[in-house]
Design a protein around this ligand. Structure first.
Ligand code: G3I
Length: 439
């Protein structure tokens, strides 16, 4: 245990208390969700409503995962099969189940060329297409307002191959390139609390298609359009393996000022080769402070959209595969070998109703670039302010994941600190600081 002394202004009658410091140590976690949570991330699965009656499916989901994505139930053909008539039954079952278990929900997806009902493809004029798109975004997001942590607002808008061109869709064809910005602006107005993502596949390495997405995000940011995150689907097989520049690709997007999420991960194969690939993907995410979570595209191989490819973490009988063990191990490891950090808590100013905490992040014997750590308060305490960092929160509001403002570069042995105010609401229990992850 290390201690640290602070110098701080004496404010109010309570004044400065002598600092007590606690250095966080890694804990062991034995589920994917718990291990990811210790790294300040969610670990999710795509879920189909019609399997929620199958006991092992549900128990695996509830035990292992902390986020769900409805696999098909929030798509346009499912929720608005007839113009302005909305059917949320199947999606609601998933959302209700997830929230009853304290899981987050990713919304998938609002504007996509696929799984559209016929009436959308038949829209005649630009005005009609615009009004249908904005009505769809608004009504669906309002229905789930406050219950979705991230929405895939626009999905798969670019063609495969070298062109970097937009893909034909009723929205692209009728409204032109500007439909994406319009969709994001409409989405922000509908549910300001949801993170708004662009999501695509074959964009996982640096290539012509991911360059096109990169340029889109750059332009949207330059225009102050409300985009918060980019989803990398990460469907891999032997013809489309995990790219060697996967991590570098995630990093260049983060450097544009967005979070990144791995949204539909599955990797065909078996045994050690599949396990190594999963490990590689997980470590890449952990190495990027703003890679905020991973979703695998299904709970079990039994119901994968690629049934012959056995691409998931549980087999047909819900047994854990080597890929599961590798994923859990990777979640417990460091993002980049050699890049380590410690996070040390100390209390600073205290008043009758609140106190300020400070966490000092110190690089290990190598320079680090990104770091993240968690701060957990004890209810009914609430964090009312933070400084010198970028916080995100779990659904309970008790666990804050802090990441750096900027790229978080620290020389070997160097330190930085962030601070926060805890409203006591009757409890002076010190917050718990999780382990520190660095790249
Ligand atoms: O539910 C009907 C069933 O009643 C019918 O008998 C059967 C016969 O074809 O079809 C069933 O619907 C299928 C549905 O999955 C549910 O299983 C659709 O035909 C089938 O097209 C649909 O496939 C989905 C696919 O998206 C559609 O594009 C997959 O489940 C789903 O995993 C997949 O997910 C996409 C993401 O949304 C976007 N990124 C790529 C990813 C994989 O393709």
């Amino acid at each position: 245990m290390a201690t640290r002394t602070h110098t701080a202004l004496v404010l109010g009658t309570a004044g400065l208390l002598a600092a007590t410091g606690v250095t966080a140590t890694a804990q062991s976690a034995d589920t994917l969700g718990a291990a990811a949570a210790e790294r300040g991330r969610y670990f999710g699965a795509a879920v189909a409503a019609n399997h929620l009656g199958e006991a092992p499916y549900v128990s695996t989901l509830d035990t292992e995962f902390t986020s769900v994505t409805p696999e098909n139930e929030m798509k346009w053909d499912a929720v608005e099969p007839t113009r302005d008539t909305f059917t949320f039954g199947s999606a609601d079952r998933i959302v209700d189940h997830a929230r009853s278990k304290g899981m987050k929900v990713r919304g998938h997806t609002l504007v996509w060329h696929s799984q559209l009902p016929g009436w959308v493809s038949g829209l005649g004029t630009a005005d009609d297409a615009r009004s249908a798109m904005n009505n769809h975004i608004t009504k669906v997001m309002q229905h789930y307002k406050g219950r979705i942590h991230s929405w895939d607002v626009v999905n798969e808008a670019f063609q495969d191959g070298e062109s970097g061109a937009r893909r034909s869709s009723p929205f692209q064809d009728k409204l032109g390139d500007g439909y994406i910005e319009e969709a994001f602006r409409t989405a922000r107005a509908a549910d300001p609390a949801a993170k708004l993502c662009y999501n695509d596949y074959n964009t996982d390495g640096i290539n012509a298609k991911s360059n096109a997405v990169y340029n889109l995000v750059k332009e949207l940011k330059a225009r102050n359009a409300p985009i918060d995150c980019v989803g990398f689907q990460s469907h891999f097989n032997s013809a489309s393996p995990v790219p060697s520049d996967y991590k570098e690709n995630l990093r260049r997007f983060v450097d544009l000022g967005v979070d990144v999420q791995i949204t539909e991960l599955d990797i065909e194969g078996s045994g050690t080769a599949q396990a190594d690939n999963y490990s590689n993907v997980v470590r890449s995410c952990l190495a990027i402070a703003r890679c905020t979570g991973i979703t695998v595209w299904g709970v079990t191989d039994k119901y994968s959209w690629r049934p012959g490819g056995t691409p998931l973490l549980f087999d047909d009988n819900y047994n854990k595969k080597p890929a599961y063990d590798a994923t859990l191990t990777a979640l417990g490891g460091t993002g980049t070998p050699g890049a380590t950090c410690t996070a040390t808590y100390g209390k600073a100013e205290e008043w009758s109703d609140r106190f300020n905490g400070r966490v000092t992040v110190t690089a290990g014997s190598s320079a680090i670039r990104d770091w993240s750590t968690t701060v957990t308060v004890t209810p009914p305490q609430k964090v009312s302010a933070t400084w010198n960092g970028s916080p995100t929160w779990d659904t309970s509001g008790d666990v804050m994941t802090m990441r750096p403002n900027g790229n978080g570069s620290l020389a070997a042995g160097a330190s930085t600190s962030f601070g926060f105010t805890v409203m006591k609401n009757g409890s002076s229990t010190p917050p718990a600081v999780g382990s520190c992850t660095a790249a």
